[in-house]
Design a protein around this ligand. Sequence first.
Ligand SMILES: Cc1ncc(COP(=O)(O)O)c(C=O)c1O
Length: 450
Amino acid sequence: MAEDHLVQPWPVSGSIGAEARGRLTAGEGIYVTDAAGRRLIDGPAGMWCVNAGHRRRELAEVMAAQAMELSYNSPWYTTNAPSAILSKRLAGHAPEGLDHVFYTTGGSSAVETALRFMQFANNVKGRGEKKLIVSRQGGYHGSTYLSASLNGRPRDQDWMDSASELVIKLTCPNPFRRPDGVGAAEFCDYLVSEFRDVIETVGAERIGAFVAEPIMASGGVIVPPDGYLSRMRALCRDNDILFIADEVVTAFGRLGQVFASQDVFGLDPDMITFAKGVTSGYFPLGGVMIAGRLLEDLRRSNHSEAMFAHGLTYSSHPVGCAVALKNLDILEDGLLEHARAVSSHFQSRLKALEALPLVGEVRGMGLMACIECVADRTSNNPLTLDLEVGKRIDGHCQELGLLVRPLINMCVMSPPLTITTAQIDEMADILRRGIELTMDDLVREGLWHG
Ligand SMILES: Cc1ncc(COP(=O)(O)O)c(C=O)c1O
């Protein structure tokens, strides 16, 4: 039926609307079951989102109870208790001053909301020119028109239109791909000076926001060089450019904290976008934390009738917010601590895969990591796209009991935060075997010589 009737996300035109993807039938803890009855470790936690693990009765029960109590209310002219309580609790975890929340239906709509808010605020302040958005090569921010316009991964925009006239893209802060002979500190200096040059050339009066994932997630778990984020933040502050931290992946425990900006990186963004782990994927919910002073500015402006004409039917959804509250209980009652406790074992078991000749680098932080494969360790050339090494590794790993998230030549791992050290060992052992089998195939097919 899917093959005949379903259009799935990110299809290629050759199979659009006619593709059957592997069907999953059940989940429990860190495992999912496929249609053939095989039990697989959910290596990517769905799409970086099933943070509390599959099949948590308390999340299911709160969802059912809230649906029976108040299943929906129009956020246009009414409110509900779960969204108000959740806002207060999130403000308690966010950096000082980020004390307001606008709820959306996911990450793209959260980024879209933050950007439209910046545009609106600058209109109200009489700075209609200050609208350009700075993002980075390698970043991913969503699939709505404006959020997608910020994306900078290879192939994201090859066949798609975008609001390119509104966006300036800086170099990807990937230390692994820095030019030969350039040290990490020097690379960081270059990245910061590039932003400074852009501000000087374009004019701070035309740049409204800088949008950055603290760690680029689907661009390949790119951990920027030390000092990069705080120096970019300082440039934003000096030039009255809003710093929007896109924490759709890094929030809700992936890096061991509810929000990573301040607690992991010492950053105080003007806005933080979040989604995914806020409900552990049990209900579609996202949002933007907004600094209260930005709202005060608007309240004090001369345009009290100016309307932020932006809202979603499902903004502040009572069921989503009730699930998020229970999910936050789970995180606060030990899951964050557990994630912090197992992350060094996770990172070191995966790091050991660098010993395999196909693996160029393993990098990551907390419970997110990327295994990047390269054909040639000295030149760091990725294998040609067509070889799709990630897919081959995923194929072998699935046979062995592990779902991998293949991204061209990279495998991204971000399991449910409930994973134990023994399960990390199981996952790392399968991954090693999957890569070894892929190396054997490539040699046998004459595509690679080890
Ligand atoms: C950093 C980041 N921002 C935004 C998004 C878009 O979120 P959604 O798919 O929920 O719209 C994603 C999705 O993966 C993401 O990784």
